[in-house]
Design a protein around this ligand. Structure first.
Ligand SMILES: [Zn+2]
Length: 237
């Protein structure tokens, strides 16, 4: 971590260039061998017409495709629930989507049924075009445990294996894009930091759900944890 108090989230990667863009100086970063783009949950159910559509979620797809071409390494995540999953409001009689309940592992927001294994809604968005992706990590596949994070399930104990994968491959800096900013992206970024990785959210390549102030809270928690925040223009010319 850098100690510069004025810019706690700044990154000083190798190969920094600068470019003037509409009066601003944008530092261009060239992702390298230690960098990975983590594309979070860009799935049909989280986009327009899906069971849990994130507002304007579709908009990220072309930008995520461009971003992916700038990275040597890309990993995708896929929300992948059983039927009757504990995170579904329909699994709790009398409950409605977006209510919060207490489960053995803590608070759980209840969602519409979404991303059920093998259904069209669980598929990656059809316009997502990242043939170079090296790994698709599925999460939330245990009926009794949700997993917003790509690293650790909601019981905060069960690892998905992603940290070990990144470490074995020497990938140290995680750049995040996808859906939704205030849930799966934020939890993944926070868990990346907690496991010793650098983490930076590409803000305009994400969209949030923002229920009950969740978006502002997520950004505050990420800033406090040293998660960087950049625009895609810093990575793609
Ligand atoms: Zn889910």
């Amino acid at each position: 971590m850098r100690s510069d108090a004025r810019a706690p989230n700044a990154i000083e990667p190798p190969g920094v260039r600068q470019r003037h863009d509409a009066g601003y100086i944008i530092r261009l970063m060239r992702p390298g061998e230690r960098d990975v783009l983590l594309v979070v949950d860009v799935q049909a159910d989280f986009c327009a017409g899906g069971a849990l559509a994130v507002p304007r979620g579709d908009e990220v797809v072309p930008l995520v495709n461009r971003l992916a071409r700038a990275f040597v390494h890309v990993v995708l995540t896929q929300d992948w629930h059983t039927p009757g999953h504990v995170s579904f409001a329909s699994s709790h009689p009398g409950r409605k989507p977006f209510e919060t309940i207490e489960l053995a592992y803590g608070a759980q927001v209840l969602w519409p049924d979404h991303c059920v294994q093998g259904t069209p809604g669980a598929a990656l968005h059809p316009a997502l075009a990242i043939p170079r992706a090296e790994l698709i990590i599925r999460k939330g596949y245990r009926r009794e445990v949700d997993s917003y994070s790509a690293f650790c399930e909601a019981d905060r104990r069960t690892a998905t294996g992603l940290a070990g994968y990144l470490r074995e491959r020497g990938l140290a800096r995680v750049f995040l894009a996808g859906l939704a900013t205030d849930f799966c992206v934020a939890w993944s970024a926070l868990d990346a930091r907690a496991r010793g990785f650098e983490a930076t959210v590409v803000e305009d390549a994400c969209r949030g759900i923002d229920t009950g102030g969740s978006l502002a809270q997520a950004w505050a928690e990420m800033a406090a944890a040293g998660v960087g925040r950049i625009a895609a223009a810093a990575l793609v010319a």
